[in-house]
Design a protein around this ligand. Structure first.
Ligand code: CP
Length: 534
């Protein structure tokens, strides 16, 4: 029997499960649902944890009906110990940190936490924190954390049940998916999870239907394209129906008024109209089309009107019912009740993180002895002792370069004393920045890492006795972390100081050269990740 790779695992984002693991999961859901429909008790029992001491704890810091109740019913299916934190009367309201709260609860024999919160990236942080807590206190098992929706970030279990329902309607065929995502694509975490979630299908075509105020954030669109999806955008259902190649699966999301600013709220009727299905559209969609919705629908202004409830379009009710089956299977996998027979691919370890070298110590041994600092023009004299950082922000505008050089000096702590900065223009017409500082400077490995994070693609020349004693070339680090002055720009992120959780920021390089926050996933340029500002 192989090791059960699912045992004790957390699900903080959909990519915590590999594509093969998700496909295995869907086959298990199919098996369980079939058994429940046929009342095949023996097969049902093969999924049950069946342990009254196995603690499953629901912590819903934000409202929920489906996720909370389907998880509660799933946990009861398992004959497990089910608890719920009464958040309105918890000491969280006295300013206790999330880490303290969850660590303490994990000491009470709770093995799986199901967490909904406005705080993005909370589950990933709790998962990290609980490792040390478990070790410090000699607990037999580290708890697992399931993200039941975190702000605008992700809703991985909703993603699993959405995909399962698409698959049911595809005859469990993973080869193709053409889906229209309609509604509030800006605030909707369920559609954000689709940027990675839909990778379980071999060929994916996504049509995004939303007015510009509610459009999918560019970082998710970019991710979809990187994942090989074909992506088209439309500003309204009306415009979409003109295009001639309309999907047979439409996934609606609710305008999330509770997350919108005043400016958008003033236009809510107009925005809602562009993403609400109307009776006159019925004869413009193909037979066999299905509508999906994570629910809830708004009782006064549902974007899927209630006159469609009794039509063949209605897949959203079965989708919500599938939620419990999916959550039963997820709990069974994490508890190690099923999954022993899986021997497919695991998620990429830390996904994009590699140990590649991004600071190159340039070999100067072939240079003539006594080589001078050379070719620094525009009025700056060679310096005998000091540093020159060259090729800063090559290709940017002079004002962008100037601003970033101020940031570099401030973050590296070299903004005092003599020296200066200037901008030069190369033969290729591109501008670049140069910082020079006469004086005695030591660069530790950590300082070089800071420099690479601040100024990738630059060179650092260390000059002693009139010659370049050492030269380093920097590249974009695969991840940036362990510096006190990093800061994710998303105030809802658990690592942002506004949350008061004292979580160190970490950024992971993306395929297109951005840095994604390891907690909330927000994309940043390498210039945007520092607390220091002008
Ligand atoms: N779909 C969903 O997450 O619904 P709830 O907010 O009711 O959990």
């Amino acid at each position: 029997m192989s090791e059960n790779v699912f045992y004790g695992r957390s699900l903080t984002v959909i990519e915590d499960l590999s594509i093969e693991e998700r496909r295995y999961f869907f086959r298990k859901v199919h098996e369980l649902k079939d058994a429940i429909m046929r009342n095949d008790v023996r097969t049902m029992d093969s999924f049950r944890i069946d342990d009254p001491d196995f603690g499953i704890y629901e912590v819903f810091l934000e409202d929920s009906t489906r996720t909370k109740e389907s998880f509660r019913n799933a946990a009861k299916f398992h004959h497990a110990k089910v608890s719920e934190l009464m958040c309105s009367s918890s000491s969280i309201n006295k300013g206790e940190s999330y880490a303290d709260t969850f660590n303490m609860l994990s000491g009470y024999s709770n093995r799986i936490f199901i967490v909904r919160s406005k705080v993005e990236g909370l589950c990933r942080y709790l998962d990290e924190e609980s490792r040390d807590y478990t070790r410090r206190n000699g607990l037999p098992v580290k708890p697992a954390f399931i993200n039941a929706g975190d702000g605008k970030h992700e809703h991985p279990t909703q993603e699993l049940l959405d995909e399962y329902t698409f698959l049911e309607d595809n005859g469990m065929d993973f080869s193709n998916l053409h889906v229209a995502l309609v509604g509030d694509l800006y605030h909707g975490r369920t559609v954000h999870s689709k940027a990675d979630g839909l990778k379980v299908f071999d060929n994916v075509k996504v049509d995004l239907i939303a007015p510009s105020e509610l459009a999918m954030p560019e970082s998710y669109v970019e991710k979809m394209r990187e994942n090989g999806f074909s992506v088209r955008s439309f500003s309204s259902i009306e415009e979409y129906l003109e295009c001639g190649d309309v999907a047979m699966k439409w996934y609606f999301t609710r305008p999330q008024l509770e997350r919108m600013g005043e400016r958008i709220l003033q236009k809510q009727d107009e925005l809602r109209a562009s993403i609400t299905f109307r009776r006159e559209f019925l004869d413009r969609i193909k037979e066999g089309t299905k509508f999906y919705h994570p629910l809830p629908r708004h009782k006064e202004h549902p974007t899927i009107p209630t006159f469609l409830d009794n039509t063949e379009l209605n897949a959203w009710e079965r989708q919500a019912i599938n939620g419990m089956y999916c959550r039963i299977v997820l709990l069974a996998l994490i508890a190690g009740r099923i999954g022993d027979d899986y021997d497919g691919a695991r998620p990429q370890e830390d996904r994009t993180i590699t140990d590649e070298e991004y600071i190159v110590n340039v070999d100067l041994s072939g240079r003539p002895a006594g080589g001078k600092v050379k070719n620094y023009s525009e009025g700056v004299h060679p310096i005998d002792e000091g540093i020159v950082i060259d090729h800063i922000c090559k290709g940017d505008s002079p004002s962008q370069i100037r601003s970033h050089m101020r940031l570099i000096s401030s973050v590296l702590g070299i903004d005092e004393g003599r020296g200066g900065e200037w901008i030069s223009r190369g033969a290729d017409g591109q501008y670049k920045g140069i910082i020079f500082r006469p004086g005695s400077y030591e660069f530790s490995r950590k300082d070089l890492k800071r420099l690479a994070a601040l100024a990738p693609h630059c060179t650092l020349n260390i000059i002693r006795a009139g010659k370049v004693e050492a030269k380093f070339r920097t590249h974009m680090p695969p991840r940036i972390y362990n510096f006190d002055d990093l800061c994710c720009t998303n105030e809802a992120c658990v690592s942002n100081p506004a949350q008061g959780e004292n979580v160190g920021s970490m950024f992971i390089r993306t395929q297109d050269g951005h840095y994604a926050c390891a907690y909330c996933g927000r994309f940043h340029t390498y210039k945007e990740i520092w607390k220091h500002r002008d």
